[in-house]
Ligand binder design. Structure first.
Ligand code: GRF
Length: 194
């Protein structure tokens, strides 16, 4: 079996990246993580990636004259790793249209809400403020509109009495770590397309 090559973009702790790395350790998993790129050199996820023998790169957007040049450099790095797919995993930068269109159909993101509900940041606090009975997460294709691309998989969790943003975040994160590897496997097997 030839595995599809995947690059992961992170900004921080990288727990979703870790879940993807763990999934790829199964011999029949259809993809491998060939590189992890961070826009923050201090992202703890970079260390985890290196410990797993995965190539890493970090690029600060502030060091580039323009967002386009920053993103072109990301594309060059991803191309040097010969990636088939790109997974955004807590990558905290809004991506420009050129970059998104360059990878469209081959780039996915995990978002902590039941999209199309709660695009953007602070989803857990917003769900609590709204008094919703359920919450969840979505793996979706990345298209130019923020958090607007079609969903591949979703998971739901109940909102429980006494929940805080922290307890709800933790409950959703458990599900993120399940559906992201499942969605990437579906993509790599050609079972879903944009
Ligand atoms: C996750 O909640 C993910 O849904 C969101 O950013 C967070 C990243 O966490 N896009 P981690 O770095 O994967 O632990």
């Amino acid at each position: 079996m030839s595995r599809k090559k995947v690059g992961v973009l992170i900004s921080g702790r990288g727990s979703n990246m870790s879940a993807l790395i763990e999934a790829t350790k199964a011999p029949d998993y259809p993809a491998e993580i060939v590189g992890v790129l961070s826009n923050r050199a201090a992202a703890p996820g970079l260390l985890t990636a290196r410990e797993n023998g995965i190539a890493t790169a970090s690029l600060a957007q502030s060091k580039f004259p323009s967002r386009e040049m920053f993103e072109d450099t990301m594309t060059q790095i991803l191309e040097s790793w010969e990636v088939d797919y790109v997974c955004l995993a807590g990558f905290m930068r809004i991506l420009g249209e050129d970059f998104v269109l360059r990878w469209q159909g081959r780039m996915v993101n995990i978002h902590p809400s039941l999209l199309p509900l709660y695009k953007g940041l602070d989803t857990h606090a917003r769900v609590l403020a709204a008094g919703d009975a359920e919450h969840g997460c979505t793996v979706h294709f990345v298209t130019p509109g923020l958090d607007e691309g079609p969903a591949i998989l979703q998971a739901r969790v109940p909102v429980l009495p006494g929940d805080t943003p922290e307890t709800l975040t933790a409950r959703v994160l458990v599900e993120e770590h399940k559906i992201y590897p499942q969605a990437l496997a579906m993509l790599a097997r050609g079972e879903v397309s944009l």
